[in-house]
Every structure is written in C-alpha cells, then in structure tokens.
Design a protein. Structure first.
Length: 217
C-alpha cells in the first residue's frame, strides 16, 4: 500500500506525538525522513519499509517501527473498509462485524481517526451503545470490539507458541499480499483480533514477571 495524503497526515501526527518530525517533501521517490531534533533517525519508503542511518541510536529505531506499523494498519483497514449502510452514521466505514457488533472508523482530519464499536439490532438497520475512541486509539477500539463481540470468549485448542507463529504469518501475509480481496482481508483481521485477545494477557504476564525478576537481581 503506497502513501497517500491521509496516511502522511496520520503518520506525521503520530510521530509528532512521540517527539519526532516527519519530512515528506525533501526526499525522492515518495519517501519520508524521520528526524529527532535535527538528526535523521529513519527513512520510510512509499510501502512503509524502514531503513535507518548507520549511526542512528537503537532507541529511536525501536520507537519509529511500531508507529509506522500502526499507521499503515489503520490506513489499510480504513481504505479497504466499506461505508456503513445506515444513513445516520454514513460518515463511518465498517472495519469489522461479528456477532451483531461492529467496529467502524471515521477520519476527522489533521491526522486523526475516530473509532467506535456499536451493537446492531437484529435487522442490522440500527446501531446503539456506541463506545468511541478518539485520537487514533485503534488498539483500545480493537480490544473493546474483541470483548463486546464475544471473540475473547471463544475456545482455542492451540498453545501460545503456535498462536504466535500463526500471528506472525498472518501479519506478514497481510503486509505483503497486495492482491488479497476485501472479504479475505476482513477474515484475516478477524482472526488476528481473536489471536491477540488470547495472547495479550499471556504476554503481559510474561513481561511483568520478567521485569519483576530483573528488579530482584
């Protein structure tokens, strides 16, 4: 997925929030330079791939990569989503729907997406009980959708290691398969959400245990 004006706005907003500066005008081939203060710390090409100067501190590389991944994920999801068919919320696009619950998004401009989860009625002609997430809070919106739709409660017979391998494979395919259809993309995203709902608590506990162990040394 190549860069667009909206993607650049969102990328600039997210990087600015983290203390970086994005220059998208003085680099060839639709690529961008990320600065920290006056020093270039990363180069982002039109497909979201990142290169780093040889003298770029590792701490900045660690910060830039997840920001870029998040922005590309939000833009791809929004770009490929279908408009909602309910007139009162026609400015939103439907990202995912499961078990009479919807995850939708609207672009408010100035680099900011607004996400919302709704419950639909039986006829899918109305929406209620909206939970809104401003300022690109995509992760929180996905977590809310996972909980409300019941994806988090579905049983699973695979262990954490197997799920981690599957997640990496799905993320790679989602980033590289430019010919994937919209329905297949939705199914892939839904599967990733379900995997994340299972792995997130496990990974958080592991991280806390690791930090606790280091503090005791």
């Amino acid at each position: 997925m190549k860069t667009s004006d909206r993607l650049l706005e969102v990328l600039r907003y997210q990087l600015t929030e983290a203390g970086f500066i994005l220059d998208s005008q003085n680099y060839p081939d639709d690529a961008c330079i990320v600065f920290y203060q006056d020093d270039p710390v990363a180069y982002i090409d039109e497909n979201g791939f990142i290169a780093y100067p040889s003298d770029s501190p590792n701490e900045f590389a660690i910060q830039v990569a997840p920001i870029v991944a998040k922005v590309w994920e939000m833009e791809r999801a929004y770009h490929e989503a279908s408009p909602t068919t309910i007139p009162s919320v026609s400015e939103y696009r439907k990202l995912l729907e499961y078990n009479r619950h919807v995850l939708a998004a609207r672009y408010d401009g100035e680099g900011q997406f607004r996400f919302v989860t709704w419950e639909t009625n039986a006829e899918r002609t109305g929406l209620a009980l909206g939970h809104y997430f401003h300022l690109n809070k995509y992760e929180k919106a996905k977590e809310d959708f996972i909980t409300r739709s019941g994806l988090a409660k579905e049983s699973n017979i695979l262990g954490p290691h197997e799920l981690s391998v599957i997640r990496k494979a799905l993320l790679y395919r989602g980033a590289q398969d430019l010919n994937m259809g919209a329905e297949e993309r939705i199914a892939l995203d839904r599967t990733l959400l379900q995997i994340e709902s299972i792995l997130a608590p496990i990974e958080q506990i592991s991280l806390e245990n690791e930090i606790h162990g280091e503090q005791e040394r």
